[in-house]
Design a protein around this ligand. Structure first.
Ligand SMILES: Nc1ncnc2c1ncn2[C@@H]1O[C@H](COP(=O)(O)OP(=O)(O)OP(=O)(O)O)[C@@H](O)[C@H]1O
Ligand SMILES: [Mg+2]
Length: 285
């Protein structure tokens, strides 16, 4: 069983929202049996799950003393991925949960307060030698601070190439125990969550070196794929694949359109490897 921990010492950054949304999205994308664990005494995730009609994902409320046993029990049950929500600002307890993580996700609002607070969370992950991904959450559309925040965060670690924007449907969908993907499957919010989950699933599969965990398809519009479209031999299915259930026309920036319209050059190397080189575990072939 693999464990993803949502952690940030800053309150209200989106740990609970993203834990619930990512776990449900993992189920929707067929990533296997998924369990959500609430380790926050506030119990927000438990309240959400109690209001939920659908049986998946599995849910467990666990205190710190019983977390290890709970994880072992889920593993025995055949759970493939556990997503753990943590409380804010309690360094000791976050540290104990992070100790069990295969991957730590740090939701961060693009604000000076959130950015100042990330150092403590990064320290915890580093102390335990755990890989970490920042997710910029609740961003305002076209605000300059979003990009600036991503650059600032990138000084501390990997930043997810998918930004989650501030939209009321994230909060509204959770009132009755659902997610944006379940309430408004064709919305931009749902698309962002799908993209984010597929990115995280792929990262996790590389971190734990489990090729069986690689998602079947990747979103075609992520930043890296736009670069590949500039004339390199990317496998066509990587460029064209689009998650099912999102019927909206793809919205591209002017720059992305111009890049996509450039003539394709058959062979171009970046950092010594072709875009068509497929990643293999432990290196590139
Ligand atoms: N992308 C978003 N768009 C709109 N509202 C959001 C978004 N992400 C989170 N929120 C809202 O912000 C508030 C805080 O989010 P959430 O509870 O997920 O944060 P948290 O990090 O778990 O907080 P805490 O540290 O208190 O546990 C909630 O009301 C939630 O609905
Ligand atoms: Mg919370």
């Amino acid at each position: 069983m693999y464990t993803i921990v949502a952690a940030s010492q800053k309150g209200g950054s989106g740990k609970t929202t993203l834990s619930g949304h990512l776990a449900v999205e993992a189920v929707r994308q067929g990533a296997g049996e998924i369990a959500l664990i609430d380790t926050d005494p506030q119990g927000s995730l438990a309240a959400w799950w109690n209001a939920r009609a659908a049986p998946a994902p599995h849910f467990l409320k666990a205190g710190l003393p019983d977390l290890e046993e709970a994880l072992a029990g889920l593993d025995r049950m055949g759970i493939r991925i556990a997503v753990i929500d943590t409380p804010p600002a309690i360094t000791q307890s976050i540290s104990k949960v992070v100790a069990h993580a295969d991957l730590v996700i740090v939701p961060t609002r693009p604000s000076p307060h959130d950015l100042r607070a990330v150092g403590a969370t990064v320290d915890i992950a580093e102390r335990h030698g755990k890989p970490l991904i920042f997710v910029v959450n609740a961003a305002t559309a076209r605000a300059r601070i979003t990009g600036e925040s991503a650059v600032a965060l990138s000084q501390h670690g990997t930043v997810a190439p998918v930004t989650i924007h501030h939209r009321v449907d994230f909060a509204a969908s959770m009132i009755d125990g659902r997610t944006v993907g379940e309430v408004t499957p064709a919305s931009q919010s749902a698309k962002e969550i799908t993209d984010l989950w597929l990115y995280i699933q792929e990262r996790l599969s590389r971190i734990v070196r489990d090729p069986a965990l690689l998602p079947d398809f990747r979103p075609g519009h992520l930043a890296i794929n736009s670069l590949l479209a500039s004339g390199m031999d990317a496998p066509s299915e990587l460029l064209a694949a689009e998650p099912p259930g999102h019927e909206e026309p793809e919205r591209r920036s002017g720059m992305e359109r111009r890049i996509a319209e450039l003539p394709r050059i058959p062979e171009r190397r970046v950092f010594g490897r072709r875009a068509s080189d497929l990643p293999v575990f432990g290196g590139w072939k």
